[in-house]
Design a protein around this ligand. Structure first.
Ligand code: B12
Ligand code: SF4
Length: 449
């Protein structure tokens, strides 16, 4: 049986992202299945994809849906139409049954199934795919399989899948070569799940709230494979790499033991780390820390249910700085309780954080299965059953979105290292030139003054 996997994500900002999820899905299949991964980024037009489909003649086509939109109120881009077009082109060339999956799909499975008229979907971990394929082969009812969605599904029973994970990484595949030639960034997962409860966040729903750790020696072995394949930088895709200090330290030690010499980075929560934490990680190659800071007002941090207060942010920042790391902070403005005072507390606090880059997202996207969804529902900002596939952003009752954007943009105008939204304007001017010069990594450090 043949399965063609397609990564449908063509967003290249801030840089194209290697479809690591598909490595895991492909890795879950045994040798009775012949699988192939392609990435739309490899192709200049969909005609090239059609040629692959005609040649490979798959029985199933698995589409990985990562981004729904760019979650940027200042320059909103949604991708549903592109996905519809993709499915239309596939159907013209193939009778293969279409299976959807991916993090974006997991947030809106029913909406995507309907909008794309797919045959099946798998919510959450794609390692459940063999169960679906076996059931289809045996012609048994697939509707009761956890995580499996069909066109008629209205209710989803789903939880994290406690399974063996195997990443099938192929250094010679054409999509790997694409990422190696465009900046050389590949990615790595060290665990699944986030134990925190931030009100707006989809990650615990996508990956679960219980952390499931991969063994550090295996992670380091995979990092070594990426490095040997020619990767110049590794991004750790964990929700928050330091959600377990113990495990992240063990991973760093395993990197040192395995001779990982390329730089790496990831997302961190700005909680106060153990002494020497960032120094140890820096010794293991950590070069970039992306803090999910969101606000520097304690009132807002409490309202967003962040696992830290502003004081911890300053401490984590200075320890990371002392370890010589490049630091970025991400801010999420306009949540419940945001007002002029909390906003100015944040902006004044930002000015006290030295040598860093700041990304400001003004307006928080409302997602199902989050506490923010319940708040928005109570406040009448959305209605029950409303389709949120087209982005809807939460509005604080105490300050308008316009006010927030204007205030942040006024501050940002004279500061090169303040990026509003995904920063496509500033970034598109700079990043391609830097990549052309052979530089690698996230590159936002070049905005630090
Ligand atoms: C790491 C990450 C990043 C990093 C990526 C760095 C890198 N080089 O890899 C950075 C910081 C660059 C980033 C940027 C962005 N991100 Co991001 N990111 C993530 C994060 C935390 C993890 C993604 C990941 O790699 N997971 C690990 C892999 C192994 O899991 P996976 O891909 O989900 O695959 C599993 C399943 O989904 C499933 N699966 C996957 N494909 C398929 C296919 C089939 C057929 C099946 C059956 C199953 C299946 O099986 C896999 C194995 O279990 C997710 C949130 C999350 N926790 O999922 C957000 C997330 C994917 N990002 C999101 C967004 C919006 C963005 C940005 C648009 C933000 C912005 N405005 O800049 C950009 C887009 C960048 C781009 N070019 O696409 C959203 C996407 C949903 C949405 N709202 O559109 C997410 C879900 C977060 C959220 N807000 O909810 N991101
Ligand atoms: S720490 Fe990060 S990943 Fe975890 S719930 Fe909060 S925002 Fe989400």
């Amino acid at each position: 049986m043949k399965i063609l996997f397609i990564s449908a994500n063509t967003l290249k900002m801030p840089y194209p992202v290697y479809p690591v999820g598909l490595d895991y899905v492909a890795g879950s299949l045994d040798s009775q299945y012949q699988s192939k991964i392609v990435d739309l980024n490899e192709f200049a037009t969909l005609t090239e994809l059609e040629e692959v489909i005609v040649e490979f003649t798959p029985d199933f086509i698995g589409i990985s849906i990562r981004n729904i939109d760019n979650t940027d109120t200042t320059n909103c881009r949604a991708f549903l139409e592109e996905y519809k077009n993709l499915v239309r082109q596939i159907r013209k060339k193939s009778t293969a049954r279409i299976i959807l999956g991916g993090s974006g799909f997991t947030i809106f499975p029913i909406e995507f199934m309907q909008a794309l008229d797919a045959d099946y979907g798998i919510v959450g971990e794609g390692e459940r795919l063999p169960l679906l394929l076996q059931a289809l082969e045996k012609k048994t009812d697939v509707r009761n399989l956890p995580g499996v969605v069909v066109k008629e599904t209205t209710d989803i029973v789903y939880g994290p899948y406690e399974c063996e994970t195997k990443r099938s990484f192929n250094p010679d595949s054409s999509h790997t070569k694409f990422y190696l030639s465009k900046g050389g960034m590949l990615n790595l997962q060290t665990k699944r799940g986030c134990p925190f409860h931030c009100v707006y966040c989809t990650y615990p729903h996508i990956e679960g709230s219980k952390m499931r750790f991969f063994p550090p020696p295996e992670i380091a072995q995979k990092a070594r494979e990426l490095q040997d394949a020619g990767a110049k930088y590794i991004f750790i895709t964990d929700s928050a790499f330091n959600a377990s200090y113990e495990h992240s330290i063990d991973v760093a030690k395993a990197f040192i033991d395995s001779g990982i010499s390329i730089p790496w980075g990831g997302f961190f929560a700005p909680t106060t780390p153990p002494p020497d934490y960032f120094r140890l990680l820096a010794d293991a190659g950590l070069s970039h820390v992306e803090f999910g800071t969101e606000s520097l007002s304690d009132k807002m941090l409490a309202s967003l249910q962040k696992p830290f207060v502003a004081k911890n942010v300053f401490t984590a920042h200075s320890i990371a700085l002392q370890a010589g790391l490049n630091i970025a902070h991400y801010f999420l403005l306009g949540g419940p309780e945001e007002n002029r005072k909390t906003l100015s507390e944040t902006l004044n606090g930002v000015d006290k954080l030295e040598k860093s880059v700041f990304f400001f997202f003004c307006g928080i996207r409302i997602y199902p299965n989050t506490k923010l969804y319940e708040v928005a529902l109570r406040e009448g900002q959305i209605t029950k059953g409303q389709n949120l596939l087209q982005p809807v952003f939460y509005r604080s009752p105490h300050i308008t979105a316009q006010d927030i954007i204007q205030t942040v943009e006024e501050h940002a105008a004279s500061r090169f290292n303040w990026i509003v939204g995904s920063g496509e304007n500033k970034a598109t001017r700079i990043l391609p030139k830097l990549y052309d010069r052979g530089l690698t990594g996230p590159l936002w450090e070049h905005l630090i003054q």
